[in-house]
Unconditional design. Sequence first.
Length: 542
Amino acid sequence: MMVEVGTQRERVAGRVWTVRLAPHGLPSAGSVRLSCSRPACADERFPDATAGRKAAIGHVNAHLARIRAGGGPHGEAWCACRAADCTWHTPDAGRRDGARPPAGAVRCGGPVVLTVYADRAGRLWRIAETCARCAAAIPGCRVLDTAAAPHRTAPAESRRAAEEPVRGRQHAGGAAGSTTAVFSDHAPSPAAVGAPSATGPVSLPRARPGTPPGASRRAKRWGKIAQRTVPHDLEPDVLRLELIELGDAFRAYQQRPEPDLALLAELHERKARAFRLWADVSGDNSLRHEAERAEKAAQTTREMDANRTGRPVGGAAGDGPVVERLLTRTQAVHARAALDHLTAHSPYPEAEVRLAVFMLTLRAAKAGTGNVTGQDLTGWLPGDAEQVLERLAAADWLRLPGTVADAMASRPENPTTVTVPTLLPGQPRPLTFGKTTRSRISGWAQKIVGDRKLRKKKATAATRLLALYTAAHAGPDGRLGLPEDDGLRLDQVAAFCALAPEEITEHTERLVAADWLTEADTTGGRLRGRLSERALPLSGLL
């Protein structure tokens, strides 16, 4: 993009589109405002961040579609990142003194590319026309298109200075394109010196012997993986092709609408093998470090897949049913620790009190305080909630900001913040899980206690405690207890549910009637059984 200034032609800075999400109104409302740097785009309001992010992504895609329809990035545009003093990627981008980067610290170069950047918090999206070097230096930046090289006549001195061809490759959604620009690695670039200058002519590389007519040289000779360029002359050839294919496979995986953790683990394993061989060939120890990271990523991904499906790591497809689990194995261990804590620290032995103590403990486990509503309380203990809350407050196990009646009347838009003194910071922490695990376990318990079929069968607090215990102590196949233990000890189950051992049979029959258990047997001092198919996602993955 160029404009006439007197008798000289001056380059115009690359275009920038910035889309932002910001809070709107009261923080408690959760509403957000979507704004775009383009004056023609009016601000929009959304009730929550999820709807705002969805609209922001659609807004960014609409701009990208218009840019492509208009011919893509402008080949003669000035680097937009350099116009912003390269603060998008320089280490001292947070400086507030307005100083520009030191001379020579930043050197633009390469063709003009169309880039898109999204911050990790999901609050800012930026489309910009930058040079290829700045695009490669901006963390989290993706290159979508490369502009055609501008046709300009360069002075002889510039042509002599621009003798070294630099080949660039960028991807958009897994598709490959080719741009070969000619510029000098030793002379200051136009952006670096702050004045326009012409570059040498663009020369297309000749096809190598054996390359079929029309074949893309870039797709065959070199590529990028893990922010590294695969050399076009890397030997052996099979390693070079494997690295190029792996880079394309990772980029294609990022475009998948749904994750496939088994496939991702396989890609990480292939990457580990390829980078280890690359390190042996080149002697670069950083490649060996990357291979170790890929091995750990493969193992972690396989564990995530096992947590999600309930299938043991390395297990075959026929080892058990593939079920989307609510808890990971680690989270299930923390859930059982919370159950054990309930048994030892409930101020009263009654089942109704224990159930309320467990649910309130999960709400306040992280900071000693948590929010509850009257609907929560009546859902846990229909008819008994107010009495139980009064007993817990009288025992100073629970502290309320107002009266019990106020807590019972609280609604979701104005919940009651309750305090459990034994869980406040500064006290020894009986439960060591973090914020995410606390939220997941609390949701898991809420799904069990509020189960629709248990409510229809008018399940008592003891029956719901038994449902919690059986879910937490079931294996991936739904069977209660470890295989070598032949079920669960009846006395331990009864102690948790505040029942006599002989009363467990009655409550297991209620769980079978509610389709929580498919079978149950309490003979020989053991509770044997299996979770039903609908309860299987809530199993504790013993």
